[in-house]
Design a protein around this ligand. Structure first.
Ligand SMILES: Cc1cc2nc3c(=O)[nH]c(=O)nc-3n(C[C@H](O)[C@H](O)[C@H](O)COP(=O)(O)OP(=O)(O)OC[C@H]3O[C@@H](n4cnc5c(N)ncnc54)[C@H](O)[C@@H]3O)c2cc1C
Length: 308
């Protein structure tokens, strides 16, 4: 219920204004977002690289309502790709289709995506299309299929909480699409998504067992030690070597687990968000874990640095 409430509050413009204008909350958001500009995000990528991990840069933003904003977002992604190449850091990019104009029309958005993917391909890089709420699932899968037909430099995300995900995975595997598997971060009705965490976890493991033996390079994005343990055990049993897939985690979360996996020889990619529009991302992180919310409430007047 708390999760549902926080995800609902994430839509509130009043709360957004209040949270982003408050000095203490801005400082607290730094746990999850290293900076509002590309520069600090690149520095965070560099730190991950030094620690033996790769990264994915996400310029925060979603549901833009003007073409100008969508085009600005598209330009920020080509700029990030150029900067990654110029600075010689190891990172790809992750984006949300509603940030590059999905609400403004499929054709327009597909063109923005095409420009970004083309640049990534020219630079030998890769674009991950994040998965948003279920209102966008069909369009996201279709647009990625279209983009993947033109370039291998694009992949997407599948959410284990949706009943439809196995079917989507099979369709995407058929065209060689790289997939990031996640549990799912949005509020979805039980008509379309498993309401119980136990069932989401079981479906994650089931889908992981379809992805890993597929011969395509996929990503398992979770901080859940039980799922990570199940995945490493399965990969060992199936003789799937450690360089055939990667784990992904969010910036600022379970850095201990990130390090341990690197020490054990697994590939780890850290998702690094940056930008001014961090409010919905911040709220989703609070909704995910009661300890994050507790930290927020307890430290609101203190502004202390959170623990992992
Ligand atoms: C790289 C990446 C990309 C993502 N992209 C998308 C996307 O495109 N679309 C989408 O819907 N969702 C996305 N997500 C979010 C995802 O769907 C989940 O909401 C989020 O990862 C939390 O689920 P979990 O798998 O970590 O496990 P949970 O079930 O939330 O947590 C399981 C266990 O993990 C540990 N844990 C989790 N969080 C923390 C923490 N902050 N600190 C310490 N321990 C913790 C705890 O032991 C907890 O009991 C992404 C997640 C990652 C890591």
């Amino acid at each position: 219920m708390l999760r549902a409430l926080l995800l609902e509050l994430a839509k509130s413009p009043r709360l957004r204004r209040w949270i982003i204008s408050h000095r203490v909350t801005r400082r607290m958001a730094h746990k999850f977002v290293p900076g509002e500009e590309l520069g600090p995000a690149i520095e965070a990528v560099r730190a991950c690289n030094r620690a033996g991990m790769t990264a994915s840069l996400d310029h925060l933003g979603e549901n833009v309502v003007t073409r100008e904003d969508a085009e600005r977002a598209r330009a920020s992604y080509t700029e990030a790709l150029d900067r990654i190449a110029a600075d010689g850091v190891d990172s790809n990019v992750s984006l949300k289709l509603t940030h590059v104009g999905l609400d403004l029309g499929g054709k327009f958005c597909a063109e923005q995506l095409r420009i970004i993917v083309r640049r990534a391909e020219e630079l030998g890089n890769f674009v991950r299309v994040d998965m948003e709420g279920s209102a966008y699932t069909d369009r996201t899968v279709q647009m990625v299929q279209q983009a993947r037909a033109e370039s291998a430099a694009v992949g997407t995300v599948i959410q284990a909480y949706l009943y439809r995900s196995e079917e989507d995975i099979r369709a995407l595997l058929a065209i060689g699409c790289r997939i990031r598997l996640v549990k799912g971060a949005y509020k979805e009705p039980s008509r379309i998504a498993f309401p119980r965490k136990k069932d989401v976890d079981a479906n994650f493991i089931k889908l992981m067992k379809i992805l890993l033996p597929s011969g395509i390079y996929h990503a398992l994005a979770t901080h859940d030690p039980n799922i990570i343990e199940a995945a490493t055990r399965f990969a060992t049993e199936q003789n799937i070597s450690k360089d055939k897939f990667e784990f992904q985690m969010l910036y600022g979360m379970r850095t201990d687990l990130q390090k341990r996996l690197v020490q054990e020889g697994y590939r780890v990619r850290v998702y690094i968000p940056f930008g001014r529009d961090w409010f919905p991302y911040f709220m989703r992180r609070l909704a995910e874990r009661p300890a994050n919310l507790l930290f927020f409430v307890k430290n609101f007047f203190r502004g202390a640095a959170p623990e992992d």
